[in-house]
Design a protein around this ligand. Structure first.
Ligand SMILES: Cc1ncc(COP(=O)(O)O)c(C=O)c1O
Length: 397
């Protein structure tokens, strides 16, 4: 009997080695990774620049404390400020911690302005994490069920609908911020329109709310720009990162600009591990590799091959609701639960995921090349076609 707590329904495979977009299991079988540890392994596996940076850093110092100066944290913050256009970074260890920090920034920002019970507008189908505050911000009853009472102070509205935010603005004086994923990941690869993001920016500026953008899953080059909000030409007040930022080393970041950057002072927030030298060395190496190796343009190019192939093979087929995505963040929505496809793909040597029961999700490493994208299609498309045909055959029989 396993002594690991039973929080995941795991696939029956253990990976012991990786190289680029390839993984090997204990028996030496090879798999194509189109999931990247759910958008974590930005540089794939065993990337030489990352391995070198980490090995060197481990030999020097892994951890000191935020009680002391942190030169690597300063460097990582400088780089993140440059690419986001924001001013300051709070480092933590995960996506939920980044969101938790943002929720605290918003509440304190509200209190500093005299709002006694500050509220944050959040979206249907959103996912922000599994701490009490972040699961309360999450728009999925499955994530919340059993953990009530939920944390108060969230107002939920439909995603990608600026009008509903406008309506809240008219009657609710307690709102201080909007928290949104520009592309919802766990929620099923749901895309917001760029017009929606611009309207949110405009509404937040008009009402002096903070626009807080959760790019934990969609950010860091995956869609052909560093961040999805940059496609809309806006600058949020708060940006949340984690997952792919250090290519596999745990890290999270809450970035703040303008008035949001002035909210936290010594003593208001903290983290023992947050931004330690090991994590920051990994983040710096990841950011440098993304830039030096042209991985943002690669993500767009290779993503288009995947999207194109999926559209051609699956659009307008009975059983397929929609193929959607941007760059290397792709969803194929079916009209029925399709969790079985994960095991079938694994059997065929491909790692994918299914979210919201019906959405096949691809989040490949940014180093995937064109031939590897074609290899993904060569495995995935026949599996999906077979899957959507099978129940129909059963119904006819
Ligand atoms: C958009 C988004 N925010 C936050 C989180 C939570 O991140 P973590 O699992 O690192 O706490 C996730 C995780 O899937 C996510 O996709």
């Amino acid at each position: 009997m396993s002594h690991v707590m039973n929080t995941y329904a795991r696939q029956p495979v253990a990976f012991v080695r990786g190289q680029g977009v390839w993984l090997w299991d204990e028996a030496g079988r090879k798999y194509l990774d189109a999931l990247a540890g759910i958008a974590v392994n930005t540089l794939g596996h065993n990337h030489p620049r990352l391995v070198r940076a980490l090995t060197e850093q481990i030999g020097r110092i892994m951890h000191s404390s935020n009680l002391f100066q942190m030169p690597l944290q300063e460097q990582a913050a400088d780089r993140l400020a440059q690419i986001t256009g924001l001013d300051e970074v709070f480092f933590c260890n995960s996506g939920l911690e980044a969101n938790e920090a943002a929720i605290k920034v918003a509440r304190k920002y509200g209190h500093d302005r005299g709002v006694a019970e500050p509220a944050i507008i959040v979206m249907e189908k959103a996912f922000h994490g599994r701490s009490l505050a972040t699961l309360s911000a999450t728009g999925n009853r499955k994530v919340q069920a059993g953990f009530e009472p939920l944390v108060s102070g969230f107002v939920r509205v439909p995603f990608n609908d600026a009008e509903s935010v406008r309506q809240v603005a008219e009657h609710d004086r307690s709102v201080v911020a909007v928290l949104v994923e520009p592309i919802q990941g766990e929620g099923g690869i749901n895309m917001s329109s760029m017009q929606y993001l611009r309207e949110l920016r405009e509404l937040c500026s008009r009402h002096r709310w903070l626009l807080m953008v959760d790019e934990v899953q969609c950010g860091l080059g995956r869609t052909g720009k560093w961040f999805v909000y940059q496609h809309a030409g806006i600058r949020p007040d708060v940006v949340l990162l984690a997952k792919g930022l250090a290519s596999g080393v745990p890290i999270g970041a809450c970035l703040a600009g303008g008035p949001a950057a002035e909210v936290f002072q010594p003593g208001t927030h903290g983290s023992t591990f947050g931004g330690n030298p090991l994590a920051c060395a990994a983040a710096l190496a990841t950011l440098q590799a993304i830039e030096n190796e042209g991985l943002i343009a690669n993500a767009l190019r290779v993503g288009e091959i995947l999207l194109d192939g999926l559209h051609r093979a699956l659009d307008a087929r009975p059983g397929i609701v929609e193929v959607r995505g941007h760059g290397l963040m792709i969803g194929v929505e079916l009209d029925r639960p399709c969790g079985d496809l994960v095991g079938q793909a694994l059997e065929a040597g491909l790692l994918i995921n299914v979210t919201m029961d019906k959405v096949v999700r691809l989040l490949p490493p940014l180093v995937m090349n064109e031939a590897e994208a074609h290899a993904v299609l060569a495995i995935l498309v026949p599996l999906v076609l077979k899957f959507i045909e099978r129940p129909a055959l059963a119904a006819r029989a």
